[in-house]
Design a binder for this molecule. Sequence first.
Ligand SMILES: O=P(O)(O)OP(=O)(O)OP(=O)(O)OC[C@H]1O[C@@H](n2cnc3c(O)ncnc32)[C@H](O)[C@@H]1O
Ligand SMILES: [Mg+2]
Length: 205
Amino acid sequence: MSKLIFVTGNANKLKEVKAILSAGSTPIDIDSESLDSKYALFRRDLPFRYVSRILVDEVQGSTQEVAKAKCRRAAELLKGPCITEDTALCFEALGGLPGPYIKHFLEKLGHEGINNMLVGFESKKAWALCTFAYCAGPGEEPILFEGRTDGAIVPARGPAKFGWDPVFEPAGTGLTYAEMPAEQKNLLSHRYKALEKLRVYIQSL
Ligand SMILES: O=P(O)(O)OP(=O)(O)OP(=O)(O)OC[C@H]1O[C@@H](n2cnc3c(O)ncnc32)[C@H](O)[C@@H]1O
Ligand SMILES: [Mg+2]
């Protein structure tokens, strides 16, 4: 495989994926120029953010079902192999919700509202779940690679640069994702754990 095409509308995800995959004992070289132009091209011609939103609205399923549907659709649009990623934030007190729908909750409620969702519940436990999907091409069944990091929902701390980073504190760290240096987050995050599995698979192709 010469190029790894990661289809996303989220620039922060792209940044972390590049940083994680290019590090480690078996780095995967990403041709960042072609990745960026593919990304830009794709964004311009077919706004994936929009596509993925339609899929999330229509596919009312588990994280796995949402992730597979998005990757299948992306492979059809690209007419070739691709990788997509879905991130869910799951609250223990809510039986795993909002899960794959966290994006909509975050947009409507903000960090404070996310905390308020758990007022009245004793457990503030939560886990971040990252699901990468690899689809070999149109009509192919996507393969999933999951990573999970456990922690708790806390009042926002740290710079609000990426999604719900300020309100998620991974267990045993005492820091929110937002308070950590990128290198620390990228060695314990849900995304890192999923990418370590994807890395092995890609290198076996
Ligand atoms: O185009 P795609 O890849 O779908 O990008 P997206 O931004 O729509 O992403 P998701 O559908 O996976 O929705 C996940 C939500 O969680 C946020 N998010 C994802 N990873 C995160 C991380 O590591 N830290 C904080 N917020 C994150 C992200 O900004 C979204 O609001
Ligand atoms: Mg999305």
